[in-house]
Every structure is written in C-alpha cells, then in structure tokens.
Write a protein that binds this ligand. Structure first.
Ligand code: KIV
Ligand code: ZN
Length: 519
C-alpha cells in the first residue's frame, strides 16, 4: 500500500517560545534548529522575524545553518512583517513564509476591528507580497476553530488564488472537540480538492490538541503543526512526540500515513529543549515524561519481566531512550571514547568545541566518579548555549548561612580585569546575586529560580535555571549554570543571564505595532 506523508511542521521556536518563561537566545535557537533537522521535521518555524531584531537575527542564522528542513518565519498580514520574514529566511535552501490573519467574527470585530472584506484584502495582499520573496507560502486563518465555514471557504479561495500552497486551520484557543475539528477539516479538504495542503494547528486548552491533530489527519489534513514537549502559548500546542508515536504505534489505524521523523531523535530533542528552556515535561507526560516507561506496581513489573509487551506499547529505544541510564565514562576514558559517546548522543562538535567539552568532562570526572549520558548532555548543551562572555565568574566564597548574616565574596572578570566585592543578603542566593549586581552595575530582578539534579547520586551535577529581568520594558532573560556545587551553578546561571542580556541588548526592542496587528 502506498503511504502518504504527513508533514511535520515544528513551531517550538515560535509558538513554543511563547510559553511563559521559554525565551531562548540565538545560540540556543540554532542548537534546537539543528536538532529539529536531525529529528527530521519537514518545516521549522524558526520565529517571527518582525517581532524584534533578535528574532530576525536568530531566523537568518538558522536559515544559513539548516539545509534538510524548510525554514519558515511567521508574519502578520502586513507588508513590513512579510518583508522582514522574506529577508530573514533569504539564505535558506528551502524556505517558507507563514502569514496569518484572524478569521473568526470575535477576532475580526473586537481585535482587528475590520470587516470580513477588509480581512480578505489584507490576506490576499500578504500572500501576493510573500510570493515575491518565496514560492512556498502558508496562510493561516487564525481562530479557524471558531470561524464561520462560509467565510473560511471564501478567504481560502482568495488566498489560494493569490498563491498560498498551504492553508492552516488553527484551533487557536483550543476549544474544539475531535469530531468538530474532524468535520471542519473534512469539509475544507473536500472543498479545496487538492488545490492546497490542509494543515492544522491545535492548542491544548482542553487537553485535546493531540487527539484533534490525529482526527484531522484521518479527515484530510496532510500537515500538522506541533511542538516538542507540547510547549506553546497558554496550555501549549499539540506535542510532536505524541502525534508521531501515535501514528507509528497505531499503524493498524493510521497505516496509510507516515512521517519523515526519525523517532530515535525524539528523546534527545525533548531533553535538549527541557535543558535549554528549564521547562521539564510533567513526570507523567506521554512519551517523554520521566515516568513514561517506569513500572511501579508489582504486578506490572512482574508482567514486564516476563514479557515487555504485557505493559509496554512503545519500546524506549524507539524514541532514543536508553533505559540503562548508561554509566558512560570515567576519568580514565580517552578522547576517542568521549567523541564516540558524543556522536551516539547526537552531538557533532567542531574540533575546538570538542576539545573544550573534553576538558570540561575531564574536570568533572576528576570530581565525580560516575558520569551518565545526562551529565554529558548537560555539559555539552551548557557549553553550546554560550553567548559572548562579557562577565565571567572567577571565584565565589560563601560565609555562614546558619547563625550569622549570609554573605558572599565574588570575583568576576570583565574585559580581562578582575573585580572583587562582598555583600550580604536575606539568604545566600540573595547575597550572591546582589553582589554580582554591585560589581556589574546591572540590577537584575529574579523572576524565577529552579534547580534540578542532572543525574542520580548525592554528587550529581546541579543544573540551575534563572529568569532575570534587567529592564522592566524588556522580556526577562534565562540563564543556566552547571556545577557540582549548587551555589556555583546559581552564580553561573545569573551571570549567564546577564551575558545573554548584554549580547541581546538593542535586539530586544519589540517594534511598535498597531494594537489591531497583535497576535
Ligand atoms: O494559534 C494560532 O492561531 C497561531 C497562528 C499564528 C498560526 O499560532
Ligand atoms: Zn498557536
């Protein structure tokens, strides 16, 4: 039987980044894009070029780096957005502009304050203009899930005529049930009769995003928009790993369809995104949650020991998860073994990066007896996510946190000069961060602080994620720090956020837009 390909459109870097607390710097976005390419996604929505110079920069760097996936930028249906999108993806081997405007009467009336005719004119203009930059244009009817079918057909005809090859029908507010989405998709795909690919983009407000996406595929959609770990605005988007694995595991139902995803890259992709954003999937999250393959009850354990298929419908190795939690290397391991391990974990490093990673691994192996895959992943991820280091932590000394006043002495290197200061605080973290503020002259407000042990054992690496606001008018910045010592990891994370902020300064300003243009 010939198989139809379901295109996987990943929007982790755009809608996923709209998750509260998930903003990423350019280096991190490039790393994610490279992993998405390895995973085999057909289209990477790399961002929203007109949102800020930082977004533009990240998209254009991704466009230069990725060659096996189409690189796409989002654009509102306004000329300046479409132009920014076209310019940002210019150097991509395969490129797409994704433009959109709302089509539900609620949005047209209250948000856009436009008549349906005006909306159609704007949509047509955006698609025509986008076609002057690229051949591959996607048009989204924002809030399609609550739009009138007659109007959806009218605007779809108009944008197809203008040159759109993909029509996306988002359930923007996650309101629809599977049978309703299925009916809408069926009607629209029967109506368009192959003139365009029908795509869906389901939000998870009622926990139905994946079910809605699967029902859409059965009803005629040939592209699904999704994110790793289900990240996304509010309750998130449909999770890529769940859609892909449902299609694979239930091939008895979805036998006519396949994707280009290499499922063995699912787990590494999930870990990369969790490490970078600091947002861990819930433990019981399907496919990639920490407990997804853990059998707790005695009856289940007994069954699995006798035959795995008693309670396991997915083999962990199919998503690239090594259940042995492999003890990888020790302090006597050589460079060749380390390089081999990196390539098994999906990292291809340049010579300089490899040497750097190997030095850090040796340093760690000197202090920590057992090093696991997750340690190596965290080590390499934290190194690759580095931004130019305006400030570097040289030393940290902490004093009395039980009886006296918590205090910290910090030495930081800036432009080859070392600066030392000491300060007190309400707690040790407070003392450390305030002292860093005093030395650097930047006042950060700590919005979020998270610490996670990377692997098991009392000597596990601490991975600290902070979210810091250095300027009230700009988004908070994420920083990560890794160390065997939690306080050292915290100081590194805070300085990392400051370095990210400085490298993005001037790129953060979101352009003034008419409120009717907001998404
Ligand atoms: O949810 C939504 O409608 C979107 C569109 C911009 C595609 O994210
Ligand atoms: Zn969305």
């Amino acid at each position: 039987m010939s198989q139809e390909i379901i295109k996987i459109f990943d929007t982790t870097l755009r809608d996923g980044e709209q998750s509260p607390g998930a903003s990423m710097n350019t280096e991190e976005k490039i790393q994610i894009a490279v992993q998405l390419e390895r995973l085999g996604v057909d289209i990477i929505e790399a961002g929203f070029a007109a949102a800020s110079p930082g977004d533009f920069d990240a998209i254009s760097k991704i466009a230069q780096r990725v060659s096996n996936s189409t690189v796409c930028s989002l654009a509102r249906a306004i000329d300046s957005d479409v132009k920014a999108a076209g310019e940002a993806i210019e150097q991509a081997k395969m490129k797409r502009i994704h433009t959109f405007i709302a089509t539900s009467s609620i949005h047209m009336e209250h948000k856009l304050k436009m008549t349906p005719d005006e909306v159609i004119r704007r949509a047509v203009r955006a698609v025509e203009y986008a076609r002057t930059f690229v051949e591959d244009v996607e048009f989204s009817c924002e809030d399609a899930g609550r739009s009138d079918m007659v109007f959806l057909k009218e605007i779809t005809d108009a944008v197809i005529e203008a040159g759109a090859g993909t029509i996306n029908l988002p359930d923007t507010v996650g309101f629809r049930l599977p049978q309703e989405i299925g009916a809408m998709v069926k009607e629209m795909s029967d109506y368009t009769k192959g003139r365009a690919i029908i795509s869906v983009h389901n939000h998870n407000d009622l926990g139905l995003a994946v079910a809605n996406s699967l029902e859409s595929i059965s009803s005629g959609a040939r592209q699904v928009e999704c994110t790793i770990n289900g990240l996304g605005e509010r309750a998130g988007n449909a999770a890529l790993e769940e859609i892909v694995m449902a299609l694979k595991v239930r091939s008895d139902v979805f036998g006519g369809f396949e994707t280009n995803i290499n499922t063995k890259e699912i787990y590494p992709s999930s870990r990369l995104i969790a490490n970078i954003t600091g947002i861990e999937p819930q433990p019981n999250k399907a496919i990639v949650g920490k407990n997804a393959f853990a059998h707790e009850s005695g009856i289940h354990q007994d069954g699995v020991l006798k035959n795995k298929t008693t309670y396991e419908i997915i083999r962990p190795e199919d998503i690239g998860l090594d259940m042995e939690d492999t003890l990888v290397l020790g302090k006597h391991s050589g460079r060749a073994a380390f390089k081999d391990k990196l390539s098994k974990l999906g990292f291809t490093l340049e010579e300089v990066e490899l040497n750097n990673a190997f030095d850090r691994f040796k340093e760690l192996a000197d202090k920590k007896k057992e090093i696991y895959d997750d340690d190596i992943r965290a080590l390499v991820t934290s190194q690759m996510a580095n931004v130019p280091k305006a400030y570097e932590l040289v030393s940290l000394q902490l004093m009395d946190c039980s009886n006296g006043v918590p205090s910290a002495a910090v030495t930081i290197r800036h432009k080859s000069e070392e600066f030392t200061d000491a300060g007190i605080g309400d707690g040790t973290i407070d003392a450390v961060f305030k002292t860093i503020d005093r030395i650097s002259g930047y006042q950060g407000t700590l919005m979020e602080y998270k610490v996670k042990s990377v692997s098991k054992g009392k000597d596990a690496l601490a991975n600290v994620t902070v979210k810091v606001n250095f300027n009230d008018d700009e988004p908070a910045i994420i920083g990560h720090g890794l160390s065997l010592d939690t306080m050292l990891a915290s100081a590194r994370a805070y300085i990392g956020a400051l370095n990210s902020y400085l490298s993005m300064e001037g790129m953060l300003k979101i352009r003034d837009v008419d409120s009717s243009d907001t998404i």
